[in-house]
Write a protein that binds this ligand. Sequence first.
Ligand code: HEC
Length: 157
Amino acid sequence: MRIVVRSSLITLLLAFIVIQFFQPEKNSEEVSSNHIFKQVEVPENIQTLLTNACLDCHSNHTNYWWYNHIAPVSWMVDNHITEGKSELNFSDWGTMDIFEKITILEEICQEAERKSMPLKSYRAIHPQAKLSDQQIAELCDWTTKLAEELLAKAAGE
Ligand code: HEC
């Protein structure tokens, strides 16, 4: 019996070691000129909020923690980043048209108000990503204001 336990532990350990060789590509490109922070004058409190709570999954640059590099955690993280970026990539802000921007700004506020963003699993391990009601209100003030500016610009064109 002992031998069985020992050999399955060894098998598990080997499997764990082997999967470490299958790592997703890192999400760490240079900040492009299309990044929202280069395109729009984002107030400092909102920059901090987006950086702490959103950009890890919604930009081309993730701040990895050591355990993010360990499979299978690294696969889960990569999955969130790929899916998150396909919905909204702040690094590509400059490539979006005005109406895409207005729509996504509304969604940003909605997702934060519903507490569906940032993802629960992320909030659980990133205390800074837990948004207070005040932070959510600040985020929504900002998205509303920016959307109104964009709309005014579209109307003026
Ligand atoms: C841990 C990764 C992660 C973080 C952090 C994160 N998101 Fe997301 N986000 C996702 C994923 C994955 C999706 C696509 C699946 C879904 O909607 O649940 C998504 C989808 C979205 C969408 C599109 C929703 C829809 O259904 O159309 C918006 C808007 C969004 N996120 C905004 C935010 C904002 C704002 C923050 C920060 C306050 C944030 N996200 C933080 C992973 C993340």
